[in-house]
Design a protein around this ligand. Structure first.
Ligand code: NDP
Length: 538
């Protein structure tokens, strides 16, 4: 073992988060769960089209303007109309959050942790209802929707546990005559900006981390998943979040969002989304505005161009199933999805033959039906962008596979595989965020690792092999925040797989990890000379 790369996992110290027990997933093999899901879908269908307000300082606000959230499987169906916040509402929300901060910051961490635990219990109670909403609003297949609710529950419970571990002041050193303790203060007002692809888990994870650490929050969902955001607000209100401590502010990212990023009274921005927007926020938040109190902290998680290498001796029964799922599960719209498959010359033909067959077996369709793996992509903009990438792929590489039978209505993109892809091509470098895989053929493992590491991103990566020496190399040398060996490169579990990347994938902040909450806090040390001073009795 060397310092950088422990060679045997059993020699690692027990991780501090390992006492956390994850929430279970729903097993849809059981008829009872299938029945519950069908019932929830029917009930949700009857509720579609409702209007949802902003929530500022505990007040429900309608603005006269709404964001229509549509069903990507059936774009004529409106899932809900959510009030749209503009600059005036953003100003009100900052003021409410600032005022509420003075009380919330001194609320005990135990009370804040219990708020998260109550929210988790409510999510568990409403689990099928929330999953059904995700099926309609963001086109998630059943298991994916349930996985997102499970992750949201895990974030609540894990961050509650983590806060209890770091909440108490601790002595720095034992020295005679002096006592120094180290503890944390919240940063202030947090602006939480989320993507649509994990509409409860990511929005909820960033929000609950900010709340449990004593910050007040302005929560902005992506426009495409604003109804899920409204549900999260409802849940946290039912759990007892005080007015002003959490404010729900859907609206245009480029207008209201940019305004809040630049706001002097916003101390912290927790962002997950595209590289383009993330870098803009990073830059803009670096400018100090008149009246600003703090250096703005930006927690920034962005996209990926994730590679999986299949070694020449890999177990293909395992590799093909996992790669097919990593690439096409939830339409390739996970930041962790496989988008570059790197194959060694030696087994290229064998892998391709099986991969093409596996791709043809994936079920594409409306995710209201159980057993669908590939549903619609999120909206028309994404649909056109991905189709454009497919055209780029056809011009730069070879179209090896494209599914024919996708539903005609809705934003369905056929699962697509390109071969003869070279590392410098656009389809090998740019995030596509859809069910499109680029296959790159390489001579040997050296080249495979160089190609895997040869993009701007470092989010997830995978390696399939039966060679212990090669596995050790992959563990040590692949540049990604989450490296998976002999398993799918998606599906990180809170606490077990702290998630997030570096390079142009993010700031290395690791959602669901033991360091995550520290980003939301400022550390403070108080030192007292405790030799006798003959204090006055009063
Ligand atoms: P976007 O970057 O388009 O949007 C993310 C959020 O930023 C939305 O709420 C959006 O609002 C808001 N926004 C847009 N412009 C601004 C601005 N100028 N100032 C402040 N906020 C703004 O990403 P998507 O929602 O399309 O999500 C997909 C991306 O997210 C992919 O790149 C994916 O890889 C990445 N991602 C990364 C993850 C990770 O952990 N690393 C996890 C999940 C996704 P609006 O909706 O109004 O435009």
């Amino acid at each position: 073992m060397n310092d950088r790369h422990p060679s045997h996992s059993r020699s690692l110290d027990a991780p501090p988060g390992d006492t956390y027990k994850n929430a279970p997933l729903t097993n849809f093999v059981h008829q009872e769960n299938q029945d519950k899901m069908r019932k929830a879908l029917n009930e949700m269908r009857a509720r579609l089209g409702k209007e949802y307000p902003l929530v500022i300082n505990g007040e429900k606000v309608f603005t006269g303007k709404t964001i229509a959230s549509i069903n990507p499987s059936s774009p004529d169906d409106v899932v809900g109309a959510v009030a749209e916040a503009g600059i005036a509402e953003a100003e009100r929300a900052v003021k409410a959050a600032r005022d509420a901060f003075e009380k919330w910051r001194w609320t005990s961490f135990e009370e804040r942790a219990q708020l998260l635990e109550r929210a988790a219990a409510i999510m568990e109670r409403r689990r099928f209802e929330l999953s059904a909403l995700e099926v309609f609003e963001v086109g998630k297949p059943w298991m994916e929707a349930d996985g997102d609710i499970r992750e949201a529950i895990d974030f609540c419970l894990f961050y509650a546990q983590q806060m209890r571990l770091i909440g108490r002041p601790r002595l720095t050193q034992l020295v005679p005559g002096e006592e120094s303790y180290y503890h944390y203060w919240p940063r202030g007002v947090a602006f939480v900006v989320a993507p649509w692809n994990f509409p409860l888990a990511i929005l909820g994870g960033m929000t609950t981390a900010a709340l449990v650490t004593g910050n007040t929050v302005i929560m902005k969902p992506a426009e495409q998943s604003a109804v899920c955001g409204a549900m999260l607000m409802e849940i946290l209100e039912e759990a007892g979040v005080p007015p002003g401590v959490l404010n729900y502010l859907p609206g245009k990212g480029s207008v209201m969002g940019a305004h809040l990023v630049d706001h002097k009274d916003v101390d912290l921005i927790a962002f997950t989304g595209s590289r383009e927007v993330g870098l803009r926020i990073w830059e803009s938040a670096g400018i100090t505005r008149p009246g600003q109190r703090e250096l703005k902290r930006v927690i920034c998680e962005m996209g990926g161009k994730n590679a999986v290498i299949i070694d020449s001796d890999a177990d293909l029964d395992e590799a093909i199933v996992d790669c097919t799922y990593s690439a096409f599960g939830y339409q390739g719209q996970k930041c962790s999805a496989l988008s570059r498959l790197i194959l060694l010359e030696e087994n290229y033909d064998r892998v391709m033959e099986r991969l093409l067959k596996a791709a043809a077996s994936v079920r594409v369709g409306n995710p209201e039906e159980p057993g669908v793996t590939v549903g619609p992509v999120i909206d028309e903009t994404a649909y056109n962008r991905i189709l454009n990438y497919i055209e780029i792929g056809k011009s730069e590489a070879t179209l090896a596979y494209q599914r024919k039978d996708v539903p005609p209505k809705g934003f369905f993109i056929p699962p697509t595989i390109f071969t003869n892809v070279k590392p410098n091509m656009r389809i090998a470098r740019e995030e596509i965020f859809g069910p499109v895989v680029s296959v790159l053929k390489v001579r040997d493992l050296d080249e495979a690792i160089a190609v895997a590491n040869g993009t701007d991103y470092a989010l997830t990566a995978g390696f399939f092999s039966r060679s212990p020496a090669n596995i050790e190399r992959a563990k040590a040398q692949i540049e990604a925040g989450n490296v998976y060996i002999n398993r799918s490169c998606t599906g990180a579990v809170v606490g077990r797989h702290p998630f997030g990347g570096f390079k142009m994938s993010g700031g290395g902040t690791k959602a669901g990890g033991t360091d995550y909450l520290l980003q939301f806090l400022v550390p403070r040390v108080v030192t007292e000379n405790i030799t006798r001073h003959g204090f006055h009795a009063s």
